[in-house]
Write a protein that binds this ligand. Structure first.
Ligand code: GLN
Ligand code: ZN
Length: 764
């Protein structure tokens, strides 16, 4: 028999019950029992759902109140010293303090989970770090399910991935490998505890096995699993890898003392063949066939083509069917989508539907294709429909992408030529001031937008409200004596959704929530078809804003890579192809803005870096097409039109060549928090164009003084030519209040003026 298995289910609940209960608990409105009950209900509901779908291996401990890596830290007793933990049971309040801080203690750091939009809490290792079994959650949830008649397969983050996800604190000058024996001992105890309670299998996630690994960590894998086995010899371990191919770590994984290995065959179908060639005779192969990261129906025929090879090589008893990774990254239930276009909906599957796909694939493998002929026929029909649908395929767009010529990927003239023209056209002072685009999104703005969406505010009234807001923002910037103004982005709900809603080829779900971090969920747009721009998207607002002032108004767009990275994308063509289509739509918008008299246009690309593939060897090709797409979007303008871009993260060292290759006339970046340290990459690279190193950390409610900002600008001017420097905050202001914005921007303009005066007196 081929078993149907799952690696993890979304925790948040179809109505985001967990989010609501958690936030209510945080606010002191809901009690601890309310929260515990909601959590329990969700777990039981999800186990039952999986059982009813016919799953043979159902995960437990995939539930979390905030994050499963934080749960692991609690289980292992890895609590940073600043929480003054007494070593006893870690209660909810301590747990949430670690996750999000409180008025007495700061939170632990949070960062992205591989290349997903899920964020985990980064384990912190003290100089004298030790580990000790410190929780019962994993046992409690196993027993809880057992009591309900569900024998689950508990899930854990594996020891080496746990170590590699974590960071050493200052003063901890050892290799993380030295923590392996202590860590493995606790893992051994956990596994033994699970076995004693009746668990047959446990799932250990080791996604780092699919990444580039240093030799010392390869050795760490061998040591850790050997030690674990010494304590827990007879529980079966399913070792899972995902998001990439095992690749050069295939031998390493095959040699570990585990009973099963899981491969992501959605991301890396090509790894099946080499794996089958030398798959160890004592192991089971878990096939990650159903995409845990996207929302498309599985092409059952294609999956079976692949999976049948595994069955032929290993036999039915040594093959499991599974999703590619945990379903944590998919929305929960498609049947809840009542307004989604029926055609688009018929192509999609959310977590609940994916369970059925796993079950049907297992059945098809176990009993033959004829046993699932109806499902196969249906799946083939969907595939054919998507291959031919006029809703998806737009020959005009495809031809246009194909006919992109090299001269469409570069500006007419080099920066030095453009710069002269831009300076003439714009007449800006030294150290010109600007902002990143958005101004505070006040309650009033949000209400107007919601009312317009609901239909209770008509278009004319909505437009009037937005224009009033724009006028206010423009007047304020004039009064503050800023140099390049913005319209404030009041009309935008979200920097991707706003554009997606106006482009063809995008769909939006009503309830397609995916956990981003803690109680925070996002609802990514769905790119289902060829992308085109039926009409201008921002020109009306920018042109209106420009009409109010003699100062230059900056047009604001989201770039193609960011739109791609923050959406569910097509699986029937490459990301690159989709990105080029979006880039062409942006190109049209940029040209229309120029035609409407907008002489400065900013294209935000905060996601370029997070789009980097997980394996270094894939970076080059990605960066090449990403740069091409940015340029395709931005180079269709005259020399005198100034193109800005903005990126809001801190790590440029790895990608600085590509950032330079974007050839934006001006780039604004985040640097204030690191005291301009991040400029290093730009200095080493001798960045030739203009640059606005953020002087105000807008993520903090603190208002920096003019003196502080002047100091930062001095630091910048010491390492780059002052003629290249712009003065701006380090990100958009939409989450800040007007009071802070007024004070901080006034200080910022004062700082710029001080720098100008200094420059002049130095020249005199
Ligand atoms: N223009 C956007 C804003 O100002 C940029 C947001 C971002 O960088 N994430 O809000
Ligand atoms: Zn930003």
């Amino acid at each position: 028999m081929v078993l149907a298995t799952n690696l993890g289910f979304p925790r948040i609940g179809i109505d985001r019950e967990l989010k609501k209960a958690t936030e209510s608990y945080w606010k002191g409105m809901g009690t601890r029992d309310d929260l515990l009950n909601t959590a329990r209900e969700l777990r039981l509901r999800h186990w039952k759902m999986q059982k009813e779908a016919g799953l043979n291996h159902i995960p437990s401990n995939d539930f979390s109140f905030y994050d499963h890596v934080l749960d692991m830290s609690c289980l292992l007793g890895c609590v940073p010293s600043r929480y003054k933990w007494d070593g006893k049971a870690i209660d909810l309040d301590l747990y949430f303090a670690m996750a999000r801080g409180n008025d007495k203690v700061t939170a632990m750091e949070m960062t992205k989970w591989f290349d997903t939009n899920y964020h985990y809490i980064v384990p912190e290792f003290e100089p004298d770090q030790t580990f000790r079994l410190s929780g019962t959650k994993i046992f409690d949830e196993f027993e809880e399910a057992k009591k309900e008649g569900v024998m689950t397969r508990p899930v854990l983050v594996g020891p080496i991935s746990y170590l590699l996800l974590g960071r050493k604190k200052a003063g901890a000058d050892y290799c993380r490998c030295t923590l392996v024996p202590g860590l493995a001992a606790v893992y051994g105890e956990i596994l033994k505890g699970l076995r004693d309670r009746g668990a047959e299998w446990v799932q250990i996630d080791e996604p780092f096995l699919a990444l580039d690994l240093e030799d010392r960590y390869k050795d760490a894998y061998k040591t850790a699993y050997k030690l674990i086995r010494a304590t827990a010899p007879d529980i079966k371990i399913m070792l899972t890898t995902y998001f990439e191919a095992l690749g050069d770590n295939l031998d390493l994984a095959s040699g570990l003392p585990v009973q099963g290995i899981h491969l992501d065959l959605r991301r890396a179908p090509g790894q099946l063949e080499p794996a089958l060639k030398k798959f160890p005779a004592d192991k089971i192969l878990s096939l990650g066939l159903v995409d845990g990261r996207n929302i498309w129906k599985n092409n059952l025929s294609v999956s079976l083509d692949l999976a049948e090879k595994a069955v032929a090589a290993l036999g039915k008893d040594r093959v499991f069917v599974a999703p590619s990774c945990s379903l944590l990254h998919s929305p929960i239930d498609l049947t809840q989508e009542t307004v989604l276009d029926a055609g688009v909906k018929s192509w999609m599957a959310f977590a609940r539907q994916k369970l059925d796909e796993i079950a049907v694939l297992a059945k098809g493998l176990g009993e033959g294709r004829s046993a699932i002929s109806a499902a196969l026929e249906e799946s083939d029909k969907v595939a054919e429909d998507r291959r031919t649908s006029a809703r998806i395929h737009n020959q005009g767009v495809k031809k246009r992408v194909q006919s992109v010529s090299p001269d469409m990927l570069r500006r007419k003239n080099p920066f030095s030529t453009r710069r002269k023209q831009q300076h003439e056209a714009l007449g800006l002072p030294a150290y010109p001031t600007t902002s990143i685009g958005s101004f505070p999104q006040t309650e009033e703005i949000r209400k107007a937008r919601a009312a317009f969406k609901k239909g209770s505010l008509d278009e004319a009234a909505y437009e009037k409200a937005m224009k009033k807001e724009i006028e206010h923002v423009v007047r304020w910037q004039e009064k503050a004596d800023m140099d390049v103004l913005v319209h404030g982005e009041a009309e935008r709900n979200d920097m991707v959704e706003y554009f997606g809603e106006q482009l063809s080829g995008f769909a939006f779900t009503k309830n397609g929530w995916v956990q981003s971090y803690g109680s925070r969920c996002v609802k990514p747009p769905v790119i289902f078809g060829d992308v085109s721009r039926p009409a201008p998207m921002t020109v009306k607002w920018s042109a209106y804003a420009q009409s109010l002032t003699a100062k230059p108004m900056k047009g604001m767009l989201t770039g193609p890579i960011t739109i791609l990275c923050w959406s569910f994308v097509r699986d029937d063509q490459s990301r690159e192809e989709t990105c080029r289509q979006i880039a062409l739509a942006i190109r049209d918008e940029v040209q229309d803005l120029e035609k409407a008299g907008i002489g400065v246009i900013q294209i935000d690309e905060p996601a370029i870096r997070e789009g980097l593939p997980l394996r270094r060897r894939d970076w080059g090709p990605y960066l090449k097409w990403a740069v091409d797409c940015f340029k395709l979007g931005t180079t269709g303008v005259e020399d005198r039109t100034q193109i800005h871009t903005h990126m809001c993260y801190s790590q440029f060292n790895d990608i600085i060549d590509s950032v330079g290759a974007l050839d934006a006339d001006v780039i604004s970046i985040e640097t204030s928090r690191s005291q301009m340290m991040l400029l290093d990459a730009f200095v080493k690279y001798k960045y030739p164009n203009e640059i606005g190193p953020g002087v105000w950390d807008i993520h903090s409610p603190r208002i920096p003084s003019a003196g502080e900002m002047t100091d930062l600008l001095e630091k910048a001017a010491a390492v780059i030519d002052p003629a290249q420097i712009w003065v701006n905050p380090d990100c958009g202001l939409k989450t800040r209040g007007w009071k802070e914005v007024e004070a901080a921007l006034n200080n910022m303009v004062a700082a710029a003026k001080l720098m100008r005066a200094k420059k002049q007196s130095a020249a005199a």
